[in-house]
Design a protein around this ligand. Structure first.
Ligand code: GLU
Length: 386
């Protein structure tokens, strides 16, 4: 999709992006889906009607739904006197709740003449390029079948290092995976404000955000209202990830009646985040947005310039320091001396070997290591400038 950024006024662009959005990821949080007695079926009915409306307007829609743990808890009436759930309890409750949740979705979507499909993922499923492409193909096949994929994290097998973190991040990753135009995050807040609306009479809603700057981030972390919870911070992180992949994001009230219809007909609700102008290509997008960097290389000025200004590969001679422990093929950051991260890329040598060859000319690699698989420590095709 191309946008006319020359006519860049927030409202015009916002409406254009809604009109043109053809592939959309909608994420609904547990706080929206659950009430005092577990899953609020009437909320699911409303959400399903809204999704069906988007689907029937010819758009491809994916629903990322939380609520498995909450549904499991309600199902077996599991009360642990307000104590935090342990990992194994959460995983077991998710297993109970997920089938219950899907059974409700299936019934509600069927009544609307729609077919839903369950997809459960861990971060590992996207971090291996072959599995990433496989997941993508499956989702596209579901679109061809006219089905609405309903995605959740595969909580039952997701331990810390396999996790997306939360479903906001899962939704953002799915958006980038399928190159969706838009990420719609339905939550229990009305959107972003310039201050805390419950204490500050001058607080104004922010309808359109051009760029998620440090100022916008500070607004969320300093606010003491619901907007300031970790929840909103992770939504901003997700919006940033989507915008880096070239999509736009919306954060708004999930329980507002007909929220999606209102949005798509131009009503000003929630907060909308504009995309970056450029969309990075498939493989580079995967490197920059899916992989979790395992360490950093601190580079001298010359190497920083070669990467950023001349789009060159990274050679051992420009590396000053190696931080972290990583192996061949891992994602690793490139940083300036002051710690500023300038790039991320796939590494051709392990951290142990880079420590031996850093500062040397590439022709010395063979002599020092006894092998030379490549002249470059990172090839330019595998480097994304941040
Ligand atoms: N996957 C979790 C669940 O279904 C929710 C995680 C989240 O909302 O961030 O209960």
């Amino acid at each position: 999709m191309t946008y006319d950024f020359s006519r860049h006024d927030g409202l015009y662009l916002r409406q254009t992006l809604f009109d043109k959005a053809r592939r959309i990821v909608v994420k609904v949080g547990s706080a929206v889906l659950t009430g005092d007695h577990g899953i609020a079926e009437e909320v699911i009915e409303n959400i399903a009607r809204e999704i069906a409306f988007l689907h029937d307007s010819g758009r491809q829609v994916i629903l990322v739904s939380s609520g498995a743990v909450a549904a499991g808890r309600a199902r077996i009436k599991f009360h642990n006197a307000g104590n935090e759930l342990s990992i194994k309890e959460k995983q077991a409750l998710a297993a109970i709740g997920q089938s219950n949740l899907m059974q409700i979705y299936d019934r509600v979507f069927s009544a609307l003449g729609q077919t839903s499909a369950q997809v459960l993922l861990t971060h590992k499923d996207l971090a291996v390029r072959r599995r990433y492409l496989n997941a993508r193909n499956t989702l596209f096949a579901l679109f061809e079948f006219g089905a609405i994929p309903i995605i959740n994290e595969n909580d039952t097998v997701s331990v810390a290092e396999l996790r997306f973190g939360d479903n906001d991040m899962l939704g953002a990753h799915i958006c980038n995976l399928i190159e969706a135009d838009m990420f719609i995050c339905l939550t229990d807040v009305v959107g972003l404000y310039t201050g805390n609306p419950s204490t500050d009479p001058d607080a104004r809603p922010i309808y359109t955000v051009d760029e998620i700057t440090a100022e916008i981030e500070a607004m969320v972390s300093h606010s003491k209202s619901k907007l300031g919870t970790g929840g909103m911070q992770s939504k901003l992180r997700a919006a940033k990830l989507v915008s880096a992949g070239g999509g736009s994001s919306f954060i708004g009230p999930g329980r507002e009646p007909e929220v999606l219809k209102k949005l798509f007909s131009g009503e000003m609700i929630g907060t909308f985040f504009l995309p970056h102008k450029e969309r990075i290509s498939g493989r580079k997008r995967w490197i920059a947005t899916v992989l979790k960097p395992q360490g950093s290389l601190v580079l001298d000025e010359g190497a920083c310039r070669a990467l950023v200004e001349r789009n060159r590969s990274l050679l051992p001679s420009g590396i000053l320091k190696v931080e972290g422990v990583f192996g061949v093929g891992d994602a690793v950051h490139c940083a300036r001396r002051n710690g500023e991260k300038i790039a991320v890329g796939l590494i051709n040598y392990s951290s142990v070997d880079i420590n031996k060859i850093r500062g040397y000319h590439s022709r010395e690699i063979q002599r020092i290591l006894g092998y030379c698989d490549s002249e470059e420590v990172m090839h330019r095709d595998n480097i994304v400038i941040l």
